[in-house]
Design a protein around this ligand. Structure first.
Ligand code: NAI
Length: 489
């Protein structure tokens, strides 16, 4: 059976399949979930619209969801993060061929335009036949950053209003493109999202930024279905965000610039989970790391971990490498970039590209952008004057660890994606039981501990078992959970 898809090059499928095979070995969490649930098929009947970086690791997640019974359509959640060979292998599927693909419809390629990106986001919500029979549409969302969830919510809102508003003056450029996509959609089918929304049983959300958007919707009473906050499973944010970045941030900087990190001054904006991993990695390479923070607790943590904590302004002329990790906006502005050293490197690993003022940079008088190679740009400032110098911006201010490298490695993503899979099973199989209302939930701790357990053997970890007496003394069950909900790890 053939199906629609849009990827860069299906002939890359073999290269992708080899990488997926190696990744499976490094993803014991996902592979044990396949073994545990493969026969029971808990996701039979689930039709999952997935929006998450289309990498090799995500391919293993997608094929796990399929192994558990789900039908899936997929897009990336970032214009630069797709690994084209992984996308090709997922489309072809383990048993298909390029002529007769039997995998999953994927709509993703590296280096999408923003217009392409929002088209792919709509494609995962557009299932064949659903325009006539909503039961053929998606009934679950798996999101990273919340774009698929946002598109659906805005679609419903504008369809109810009968029109898509004009963008406001302060709206970012990208939002203009979202509105244009919704306008086209509404013109073609005025009830598309309204028909779709009641069928959605829930969403599982991968990252800090997407979770923040979900809590805002829930607080406003606007969340249309239950949500599981995968990010705040301990085995997600304390592993992927920290240890994942510790690996993929230096990987991205090195592949992009090949600059020696040792001896340089690296400024890390934000000392949350991602910032902690970033700072540790850069220090591990021999950089002198300076942290900026707005939260006194995180600032104190950074100081106790041995980092200088300073205002960005105090170190703007000293830094060789600047990395934003805040999930906030307007962290490094054009005026800051004007004060940087010649050839300073600027990059972001927070979810969205608004941490670095790219529009402001492009608007600087006389600035010139030189492409060194894809996703690595030199911005020449004060060209033609004695003060001429340039800065290097990675991935146009978007996630550099995915744009300039291949994102987090498999083993850490196995933890995150085991949480995603369990979250999907939880919301799909408990639909209609009343256990989950239109609110945001984290997975029960016992399941979080289960995800960790699935990864111990592969590392040769010997886990000590509580005796019955010890358990009784601590007021715990021998099988866990071992910590109260408020414990912070
Ligand atoms: P977090 O909330 O733990 O950390 C963010 C930190 O930034 C906080 O400590 C906050 O106080 C600080 N901050 C906020 N505004 C600031 C400002 N103006 N200046 C300095 N510090 C500021 O969040 P987490 O989990 O570290 O995630 C950060 C971002 O990274 C999110 O957008 C998240 O979605 C994204 N992320 C990216 C990944 C990647 O692969 N690149 C992986 C995981 C998360």
């Amino acid at each position: 059976m053939t199906f629609e898809y849009k990827i860069a090059d299906i002939s890359l499928h073999e290269a992708g399949r080899h990488q997926i095979r190696l990744a499976e070995h490094e993803m014991p969490g996902l592979m044990s979930l396949r073994a545990e649930y493969g026969a029971a098929q808990p996701l039979a009947g689930a039709r999952i619209a997935g929006s998450l970086h289309m990498t090799v690791q995500t391919a293993v997640l997608i094929e796990t969801l399929v192994a558990l019974g789900a039908e899936v359509r997929w897009a990336s959640c970032n214009i630069f993060s797709t690994q084209d060979e992984a996308a090709a292998a997922v489309v072809v599927g383990p048993a298909g061929s390029p002529e007769e693909p039997r995998g999953v419809p994927v709509f993703a390629w590296k280096n999408e335009s923003l217009e392409d990106y929002w088209w792919t986001a709509e494609q995962i919500l557009t299932w064949p036949g659903a325009e006539k029979d909503p039961a053929l549409g998606p009934n679950m969302i798996l999101d990273d950053g919340g774009d698929a969830t946002m598109l659906l919510h805005q679609g419903v809102e504008f369809e109810a209003a009968g029109a898509v508003p004009e963008p406001g003056e302060d709206d970012p450029h990208e939002y203009t493109i979202v509105l244009a996509r919704l306008r086209a959609s509404l013109a073609a089918d005025p009830q598309k999202f309204t028909r779709l929304a009641p069928g959605i049983k829930g969403v599982t959300e991968e990252t800090t930024t997407g979770v923040m958007r979900l809590y805002q919707l829930a607080e406003a009473g606007q969340l249309l279905f239950p949500a599981i906050n995968v990010n705040d499973s301990v085995t997600k944010s304390k592993f992927d965000n920290k240890y994942g970045i510790r690996h993929s941030l230096p990987d991205g900087i090195m592949r992009a610039t090949d600059v020696l990190i040792g001896g340089k001054v690296a400024v890390v904006c934000g000392y949350g989970d991602v910032g902690k991993g970033a700072a540790e990695a850069l220090r591990g390479q021999g950089a002198r790391v300076v942290v900026t923070e707005i939260d006194p607790i995180c600032a104190l943590q950074a100081a106790m971990d041995g980092y200088q904590v300073a205002h960005l302004d105090s170190v703007i002329g000293q830094g060789d490498i600047f990395i934003t990790t805040t999930g906030g906006k307007d962290i490094i502005m054009a005026a800051d970039m004007l004060k940087m050293k010649d050839k300073a490197i600027v990059g972001n690993v927070g979810h969205f590209d608004n941490e670095i003022d790219m529009a402001g940079l492009a608007a600087i008088d006389g600035v010139r952008k030189v492409e060194i190679k894809p996703q690595v740009h030199e911005w020449v400032l004060d060209a033609g004057t004695a003060a001429a110098r340039s800065i290097i911006v990675l991935s146009e201010g978007r996630l550099l660890n995915l744009g300039n490298a291949t994102g987090h490695p498999s083993f850490v993503m196995s933890n995150s994606f085991a949480n995603q899979t369990i979250g999907q099973i939880e919301l799909f199989t408990k639909d209609g039981t009343g256990e989950y209302a239109k609110d945001v939930y984290v997975l029960p701790k016992i399941l979080d501990e289960k995800v960790a357990r699935l990864h111990l053997d592969a590392l040769g970890v010997e886990l000590t078992e509580l005796s019955g007496e010890q358990a009784a003394y601590l007021g715990l069950d021998v099988q866990g959970p071992y910590k109260a909900a408020h414990y912070r790890y």
